[in-house]
Design a protein around this ligand. Structure first.
Ligand SMILES: Nc1ncnc2c1ncn2[C@@H]1O[C@H](COP(=O)(O)OP(=O)(O)OP(=O)(O)O)[C@@H](O)[C@H]1O
Ligand SMILES: [Mg+2]
Length: 228
């Protein structure tokens, strides 16, 4: 089944002196049960694209369907619900809340969700952090964590509401090789359980875990099926 379908989407940034066309007329269907690696040079439009897929930014033209629903008709409230319940997003720069401890950062999407009991939320947050090898860091604030530790908190937070779609922008950018492999295996397992996982990365290792490798070049897709 299609998780995300995009039809001819474009996004440009207007600067005083020039226009940058970051995403240039891309059409594609992302399926459940698959792991996609979106690779490409710096500035090729990867973050812009994944932000649009995650409803964090708006396209200028084209259509995005998530679970067969045209999201251009969605109100902000509907988008917030979709983001909270269906999509786990790992930001390139983590975007942790600096005034919250690691476990509170992971709890936040579950608190917004309102479907969980408070006591369960805390237990679940700590379990997710433990799975990321951070059981000794649950009470730390982001500034008391290394870059790689913050990155793993951000991954735990993205998985908090058990989303069916996981969008990760350079999720292994700050990890050592051991944690990198661990995180990629975890994301691979999530795809194998039927989730749609899209990873944006420069890291060639990601290719090894992907069903499909997409190269982004000047805002366009060049797609290759990949033998795992
Ligand atoms: N807010 C913005 N205003 C103007 N131009 C922008 C803005 N954000 C991105 N761009 C431009 O759009 C293009 C695509 O940027 P994007 O961040 O999507 O690239 P990327 O592929 O994620 O790069 P990287 O691998 O370095 O993260 C770049 O040329 C960038 O300079
Ligand atoms: Mg980027």
């Amino acid at each position: 089944m299609e998780a995300i379908k995009i039809i001819n989407i474009s996004k440009k940034y207007q600067l005083k002196s020039e226009n940058v066309i970051a995403v240039n007329g891309v059409s594609y269907s992302f399926l459940y049960g698959k792991l996609y690696a979106i690779m490409g040079h710096s500035g090729s439009g990867k973050s812009t694209l994944i932000h649009c897929l995650g409803l964090l930014d708006k396209v200028d033209s084209g259509k995005i369907y998530i679970n067969d629903k045209d999201i251009s008709d969605f109100s902000e409230k509907q988008k917030n619900i979709m983001r909270n319940e269906k999509i786990g997003f790992v930001f390139q720069n983590y975007y942790l809340n600096n005034n919250m401890r690691a476990f509170e950062n992971v709890m936040l999407p579950m608190i917004i969700n309102k479907k969980y009991q408070h006591i369960d939320i805390k237990t679940k947050a700590k379990k997710l952090l433990k799975e990321m090898g951070l059981e000794d860091r649950v009470n730390h604030y982001p500034k008391e964590l290394s870059g790689g530790e913050q990155q793993r908190v951000a991954i735990a937070r993205a998985l908090a509401n058990n989303p069916n779609i996981i969008l990760a922008d350079e999720p292994t950018g700050n990890l050592d090789i051991e944690n990198e492999i661990y995180v990629l295996e975890k994301l691979r397992n999530l795809a194998d359980t039927g989730k749609c996982v899209i990873i944006v990365s420069h890291n060639m290792l990601v290719k090894k875990y992907a069903d499909i490798v997409i190269n982004m070049k000047n805002g366009k897709f060049v797609v290759k099926n990949h033998e795992i």
